[in-house]
Design a protein around this ligand. Structure first.
Ligand SMILES: [Zn+2]
Length: 202
């Protein structure tokens, strides 16, 4: 059985309003965990997408976490250098804490092949952090990345089959524009994915 076909039962799914985490929510019927990292991008792009997708899918149960500032800021400067290192580890730990609190066995992360440039999204590191958490708290929470072996276009093809509302999802990670910029890594990978999948982005 292919990894993405597994039944994870009740799970916690960090939900960003992108295609990957929307796919996980629809496929595995997990509980969404929305992370508000106080960034402009979250308010302008992620939150509207998250709201419209949850409404469309009629998902009423979920959790909303407020993170402290996760942009890397210098004192006295308004320029954002980037996300703090370890941001994805923070998300994983938070999701594991929710799983523990709510008695869920699984946390599902939307990490796909395109994310492997980020060390904290690599499966071996996800599993190391999983082990650390479980050792510290004496829990047995499993963190899985059902999409980790898949390219974006493969996820898009699978998403099409379950009628994922692509038009409501958002991939842009440009914090300086209120609409999709078309030039950031998120926009480019999305465009490429749809092209390779031969599917229209609507
Ligand atoms: Zn963009």
């Amino acid at each position: 059985m292919r990894k993405e076909e597994r039944d994870y039962g009740d799970s916690i799914i960090p939900f960003s309003g992108g295609i990957d985490s929307t796919y996980l929510l629809m496929k595995y019927k997990g509980i969404p965990l929305v992370i508000n990292d106080e960034s402009k991008m979250f308010r302008q792009k992620e939150l509207p997408a998250i709201r419209s997708i949850l409404a469309k899918l009629d998902i009423r149960k979920g959790y909303f976490v407020r993170f402290p500032e996760t942009d890397f800021l210098e004192i006295g400067s308004n320029s954002v250098v980037g996300l703090i290192p370890g941001y994805k580890m923070l998300i994983q730990l938070t999701a594991m804490a929710y799983a523990q609190k709510l008695g869920k066995k699984y946390v599902l992360l939307g990490n796909s092949k395109q994310n492997t440039e980020f060390k904290d999204e690599q499966y071996k590191n996800v599993k190391k952090l999983e082990a650390l958490y479980n050792t510290v708290y004496g829990t047995d929470i499993k963190v899985e990345c059902p999409l980790q072996e898949l390219e974006k276009y493969e996820i898009i093809k699978m998403a099409k089959k379950i009628k994922l509302p692509f038009g409501l999802t958002q991939s842009c990670c440009n914090q300086f524009t209120s609409i999709d910029c078309g030039i950031c890594s998120g926009c480019i990978k999305r465009k490429e994915g749809f092209k390779l999948a031969k599917i229209n982005d609507i």
